[in-house]
Design a protein around this ligand. Structure first.
Ligand code: ADP
Ligand code: MG
Length: 960
C-alpha cells in the first residue's frame, strides 16, 4: 500500500471515526445519567440522515408523525401520573404545552415550510426539531417507568426499543438507501496529498461538538447536576434535581448529538433505514474504552475504530465487519477486567420481593393436585402425539418450528434467566450447528445421524472458546460482547463463498427416520423427532436444575461470591452452562437444517438472537416452562400477524411484527419481569422434607488438625484498597476447638479480614495458613474445600429457593456427580444424602418448620441462622461467622450462643465477628480487638474488658 492510499484511508477512517466519536459521547451521556445502554441510538442517527434527505427531496418525512405520536403518548402518560398524584389543575398546563402544543407546532411548520429550496441551515434545524423530541419522548414513555430497574433489564428494553424504531424506520423510509447532497466539493492539497474540505468540516464540527459537550458536563452547573443523578439518584433529588428531568434532558441531548452525527455522515456513506444500528454498535466499542464514563477516552476509542475499520476494509472488504466486531471482544474483555474492583455484586432488583398467586390459580392448582403428577405427564405426551392429526400440514410444521425455538430457549433460560449470563448470541450457535451439519452432509456426504455428534462437538468447541473469553466479563460488558460476536459470526456466514455466502445452502438431505408403517410424510416424522428431542432435553434441563449443580447454577446470577465460598468453581461452571446452552442451540440448528432442508445466514443473525431472548422473557425467563410457553405464544402471534399482514393494507407497513414484539416486550418488562409461565410455577408440588439423618454434622472429612498447632494462623496480613489500609499488619492464631471473637467499630476491617481468610480477597501482603497449609494463593472455592465455611454480614441466600435447598448448597463440595450424570438422574443417592444433611442442619438450628418456605420470605434473624445451617452442611473444620447475631431477638441470640457452644463441644473451631458485647463475652474463649485496621489487643474476655486502650477506643462506658 503506498502512502497516498494510506492517506486517503486514514482520511475516510478519521471522518467516520469522528461520527462514531460523537455517537460514543452520546452513549456515554445517556449511560452515565440513566444507566441505559442506548442500543437505539443508531436509529437517531439514521432518523437524522434520512429526515434531512427527505426534506431535501421536498417531502414531509414520516418521522414528524412519529415525533407527534410519541410526544402525545408521553403527554398522556404524564397527565395520568399527575392525576394519580392528585396534582392541582395548574400543573397540567406544562405537559400539555411541552408534549402536545410544541410538537404540534413543529409538525405544522414542517408541513408548511418550503423544503427542497430552503437553505441548508433551515433543513438542519427542522431535522433536529423533529428528532430531539423523539429522544425525550422515548425516555418518558419507555424508560422513566422503570428507571430503577437493573442495567440488564434496561438493556433488554433498549434492544426492544431498537426493534420498534427499526421497524418504524423501514415503514417510514423504505428499504432504499439515501445519500444527501455534499456540503462542499472543494478539495485542496496538503503536503502533496489531496484533502476534501468536506471531511475536514466534519472533523472540525465533531471536535467542536465534543468540546462543547465536555465543557457542558464538566464545567456547567446543569452538566454537573446531570452527572450527580447518575451516581446517586436520591442524593441528586435532595439537591433539587429531579431524576426524571435529568433523564429527559440527557435523552434529548443524545438524540441531538446522534442526529447531528447522522447529518454529518450522510454525504459520505449511503444510509439505509437500519444503518444506524451497526454504526452505533461500533461507537459503543469506542465508548467502552472509556468504561462508558470518560468522554475523552470514548472519543479516542471511537476514532481508532473508524481508522481500523477503514484499513480492514482495504485488506479484506468481505470480512471487514466480521473483523471490526471480533475486535470488540478483546476490547470489552480488557475494559471489564480493568473496571472490576468491587467484589460485591449488583444485587437483583427485578420485580421485587415475593410474588402473590392470583386466587383463581390457587383454586385451579388445588384441583390439579388431586390428579397424580405422573398422569399429567402421560396426558401431555398423549396430547403431543395426537396433536398433528388435528392440524393441517402447515400447522404441523409451525408446531415443529415452535418446538425448535423452545429447544434454543431452554438454553437461553438456563444461561440468562437462571445463571444470569445474558447472551444475545444463541442464534449464532444455531447457525454453527446448522452450517456444520450442512457442510458435513452435503460436501462430505455423510448421513445426518453420523453428522450429529460432530455437530455437537463443533458447537461445544466453538462455545467453549467464546465462553472462556467472554464469560469473564461482568455486568453489561458480557451482553454487549455477545452482540459483538453474534454479529461477527453472522458476517462470516454471509461472506464465506464455500458455504453459499448470503444465499446459503440448499438441497440438504432429510434425516432418515423410520415410518413405523403409518407416519408417511416427512413433516410428520420430523415433527415426532423434534418433539421427542425437546422432551428429552427439557427433562434433562429440569434434572440439571433440580440438583447440586442446579443449586450452584442458580447462585451464579447474583451470589457468585457465596457460591465460591461453598466450593463452587464459578468460572468453570459458567462456561459449562454456556456450552450446554450452545449445544442445545446446536441441536436445534441441526434439526432446523434438515427439517427445512435449506439454510441461509438470515436465520442466524442478531435479530434472531434477540428474538430468542424476547421469547424467553415473554414466556418467563425464571423457569424452564417459560421456553415452551414463550415459543408457543410468540409462534402463535407471529403466525397470526403474518396472516393479517398478508391480506391487509398493512403489508406496506415495514416490519410490523418486529414493532409489535418490541412494544410487547417493553410493556411486559414495565409491568412484570416474570413472564407468563410464572403462573405455572404455582402448580409445582412442594417437595417432602426428608427425614433428618442422625449423622454428626460437625464431622469433617479431612485430616484432624495436629495437636498443639493452631488451626488457623494469620501472619502479618495487610490489605489495601487504593490509599485506604483496611487491614494493617494483623497477626493472630486460632487453636482447634476454640471460639474466637473479633470485635471493633464499623470500618475496623473485620469483614475484610474474613474476606482474606475465605479467599474472596487476596491480601496485599502477609500470609494465611489453615490446617498447616498456606491458603492465601488459593481460589475461594479451593479454600472452601480445605474445610473453611463462612457466613456473610449481608445475608447471601437464594431468596426464591426453599430454606432446605439453600442449606443443601452447603453440601456442594461433598458431591461428585457431574452435569451429565445429573441430567440422567444418576445423582439420586448423593442428592438424598445432601437433602438429609440439610434437614439435619435445619433441625439443629431450629429451622425445621420453615424448611419448605422460600428463604427470601423468612425474617432476617432466621435468614442469618439459615446461613449458619448452610455452613454446617459443608461439614467444615472451622466456621467463620460475620455478625451472626445482628438482627436477632434476645431469645434467638441465646439459642444461637447455645448452638455454637454445642458445636464447640463437638470439636468445631469458630471465628466470629460480633457487636453485641454481652453475647461475645459469654461465648468466646478469646477476643481480638480491631480498630482502624490494626489490632489493639488479643486476650480472654476478662483481659480485653479491662484493657485501658480498649476501654478508651471501643468499649467506653459499656464495659462494666
Ligand atoms: P468492618 O467489617 O469492620 O465494619 P470492613 O472490613 O467492611 O469493616 O471495611 C473496612 C474498610 O475497608 C472500610 O473503610 C471500607 O470502606 C473499606 N472497604 C471494604 N471493602 C472494600 C472494597 N472492596 N473496596 C474498597 N474499600 C473497601
Ligand atoms: Mg463488617
Amino acid at each position: 500500500m503506498d502512502f497516498t492510499v494510506a492517506f486517503s484511508l486514514l482520511q475516510d477512517g478519521l471522518t467516520n471515526g469522528a461520527a462514531y466519536g460523537l455517537i460514543a459521547l452520546a452513549l456515554v451521556l445517556a449511560f452515565s445519567v440513566t444507566r441505559v445502554i442506548l442500543v437505539q441510538a443508531g436509529e437517531f442517527v439514521s432518523f437524522g440522515a434520512l429526515t434531512i434527505y427527505t426534506l431535501q427531496n421536498g417531502q414531509t418525512p414520516m418521522t414528524v408523525w412519529f415525533m407527534l405520536a410519541a410526544c402525545c403518548v408521553a403527554g398522556v402518560m404524564e397527565l395520568i401520573r399527575l392525576r394519580c398524584a392528585h396534582a392541582p389543575a395548574a400543573r397540567y398546563l406544562r405537559p400539555v404545552v411541552w408534549w402536545v402544543a410544541v410538537p404540534a407546532v413543529i409538525a405544522a411548520v414542517t408541513v408548511a415550510a418550503p423544503k427542497a429550496h430552503a437553505p441548508m441551515a433551515l433543513q438542519v434545524l427542522l431535522t433536529l426539531a423533529i428528532v430531539v423530541p423523539i429522544g425525550s419522548a422515548m425516555y418518558r414513555v419507555v424508560y422513566q417507568p422503570i428507571a430503577n430497574a437493573s442495567i440488564l433489564v434496561l438493556l433488554i428494553v433498549s434492544v426492544a426499543a431498537h426493534f420498534v424504531l427499526d421497524g418504524l424506520a423501514l415503514a417510514a423510509f423504505g428499504p432504499d438507501g439515501a445519500r444527501t447532497a455534499a456540503f462542499t466539493d472543494t478539495r485542496f492539497e496538503v503536503a502533496g496529498q489531496s484533502v476534501a474540505l468536506q471531511n475536514l468540516l466534519v472533523l472540525v464540527a465533531s471536535a467542536a461538538l465534543m468540546g462543547m459537550l465536555y465543557w457542558f458536563s464538566q464545567k456547567t452547573a446543569h452538566g454537573r447536576a446531570l452527572r450527580a443523578t447518575a451516581s446517586n439518584r436520591r442524593g441528586a433529588l435532595l439537591m433539587g434535581i429531579s431524576a426524571d428531568m435529568a433523564g429527559l434532558t440527557s435523552f434529548g441531548l443524545t438524540a441531538l448529538i446522534c442526529a447531528i452525527a447522522g447529518i454529518l455522515i450522510a454525504p459520505f456513506v449511503t444510509i439505509y433505514y437500519n444503518s444506524g444500528f451497526l454504526v452505533s454498535l461500533k461507537a459503543f466499542v469506542g465508548a467502552t474504552v472509556g468504561a462508558m464514563l470518560s468522554y475523552p477516552l470514548a472519543a479516542l476509542g471511537a476514532l481508532s475504530i473508524g481508522v481500523f475499520e477503514s484499513f480492514a476494509a482495504f485488506w479484506s472488504s468481505g470480512y471487514k465487519d466480521a473483523l471490526v466486531f471480533a475486535l470488540m471482544v478483546p476490547i470489552l474483555l480488557g475494559c471489564s477486567m480493568f473496571s472490576s474492583h468491587v467484589i460485591d455484586e449488583e444485587e437483583e432488583k427485578a420485580g421485587g420481593g415475593m410474588r402473590t398467586v392470583p386466587r383463581f390459580i390457587k383454586a385451579l392448582r388445588d384441583a390439579a393436585w388431586r390428579v397424580p403428577g405422573k398422569l399429567w405427564l402421560i396426558a401431555l405426551l398423549v396430547f403431543i402425539a395426537v396433536l398433528p392429526f388435528g392440524l393441517s400440514h402447515y400447522y404441523v410444521t409451525l408446531t415443529s418450528y415452535i418446538y425448535l425455538y423452545a429447544i434454543v430457549c431452554l438454553g437461553v433460560i438456563l444461561l440468562t434467566g437462571v445463571a444470569g449470563q445474558v447472551s444475545f448470541g444463541q442464534a449464532a450457535f444455531v447457525g454453527v450447528g446448522a452450517y456444520a451439519s450442512a457442510v458435513l452432509t452435503k460436501a462430505w456426504l455423510i448421513s445426518p445421524w453420523l453428522a450429529l455428534p460432530l455437530v455437537l462437538l463443533a458447537t461445544a468447541l466453538c462455545s467453549w472458546i467464546l465462553g472462556a473469553v467472554t464469560l469473564r466479563m461482568r455486568s453489561h460488558y458480557l451482553p454487549i460482547a455477545t452482540i459483538a460476536w453474534a454479529v461477527s459470526i453472522f458476517y462470516v456466514f454471509s461472506n464465506t463463498d464455500s458455504i453459499g455466502a448470503s444465499t446459503g445452502m440448499t438441497d440438504l438431505p432429510p434425516i432418515p427416520l423410520p415410518t413405523f408403517g403409518f407416519v408417511h410424510s416427512y413433516e410428520l416424522r420430523i415433527y415426532y423427532l423434534v418433539a421427542l428431542v425437546l422432551f428429552i432435553l427439557a427433562l434433562a434441563s429440569r434434572n440439571l436444575l433440580d440438583s447440586r449443580t442446579g443449586r450452584a447454577i442458580r447462585s451464579l446470577k447474583s451470589k457468585a461470591l457465596m457460591a465460591e465460598s461453598m466450593g463452587v468453581n464459578v468460572p468453570l461452571l459458567k462456561i459449562k452452562v454456556f456450552v450446554f446452552a450452545a449445544v442445545l442451540a446446536g441441536i436445534s440448528g441441526w434439526l432446523y437444517a434438515h427439517m427445512q432442508r435449506f439454510i441461509n445466514p438470515s436465520s442466524f443473525g442478531l435479530e434472531m438472537g434477540v428474538q430468542y431472548i424476547f421469547t424467553a422473557v415473554i414466556g418467563g425467563i425464571g423457569q424452564l416452562s417459560g421456553a415452551i410457553v414463550g415459543s408457543a405464544v410468540v409462534g402463535a402471534i407471529s403466525d397470526w400477524l403474518q396472516s393479517i399482514l398478508q391480506m391487509n393494507v398493512l403489508q406496506k407497513f415495514g416490519n410490523l411484527q418486529q414493532v409489535i414484539f418490541g412494544v410487547l416486550i417493553i410493556l411486559l418488562l414495565q409491568r412484570t419481569q416474570h413472564g407468563i409461565a410464572y403462573l405455572f410455577t404455582a402448580f409445582i408440588r412442594p417437595r417432602k422434607v426428608p427425614e433428618s439423618g442422625n449423622a454428626l454434622l460437625t464431622m469433617h472429612a479431612g485430616p484432624a488438625p495436629e495437636a498443639g498447632k493452631p488451626l488457623l494462623r494469620v501472619n502479618r496480613a495487610t490489605k489495601r484498597f487504593g490509599g485506604l489500609t483496611a487491614v494493617s499488619d494483623v497477626s493472630f492464631d486460632v487453636a482447634p476447638g476454640e471460639i474466637m471473637a473479633m470485635i471493633g467499630p464499623n470500618g475496623a476491617g473485620k469483614s475484610t479480614m474474613f474476606n482474606l481468610i475465605s479467599g474472596a480477597l487476596k491480601p496485599t501482603s502477609g500470609e494465611i495458613i489453615f490446617a498447616g497449609k498456606r491458603i492465601n494463593d488459593l481460589t475461594s472455592h479451593s479454600i472452601a474445600d480445605t474445610g473453611l465455611s463462612r457466613t456473610f454480614q449481608h445475608v447471601k441466600l437464594l431468596g426464591e429457593l426453599s430454606a432446605i435447598d439453600n442449606a443443601a448448597l452447603g453440601a456442594y463440595r461433598h458431591g461428585r456427580c457431574g452435569m451429565l450424570a445429573t441430567m440422567l438422574r444418576l445423582d439420586r443417592r448423593e442428592e438424598r444424602q445432601a437433602m438429609q444433611a440439610a434437614a439435619t442442619a435445619l433441625e439443629r438450628t431450629g429451622l425445621a418448620e420453615v424448611a419448605n418456605q422460600p428463604a427470601g420470605s423468612l425474617p432476617l434473624g432466621k435468614q442469618r441462622i439459615l446461613e449458619v445451617a448452610r455452613a454446617l452442611v459443608a461439614r467444615p473444620q472451622m466456621l467463620l461467622l460475620d455478625e451472626p447475631a445482628a438482627g436477632l431477638r434476645a431469645s434467638e441470640k441465646d439459642e444461637l450462643a447455645e448452638l455454637l457452644k454445642r458445636l464447640q463441644s463437638e470439636g468445631m473451631t469458630i471465628l466470629l465477628v460480633e457487636h453485641d458485647m454481652a453475647f461475645v463475652m459469654n461465648l468466646a474463649d478469646r477476643v481480638i480487638v480491631q480498630n482502624f485496621g490494626c489490632t489493639l489487643t488479643i486476650g480472654t474476655p476478662a483481659q480485653v474488658q479491662s484493657h485501658p486502650d480498649v476501654i478508651a477506643a471501643y468499649l467506653g462506658g459499656v464495659a462494666s
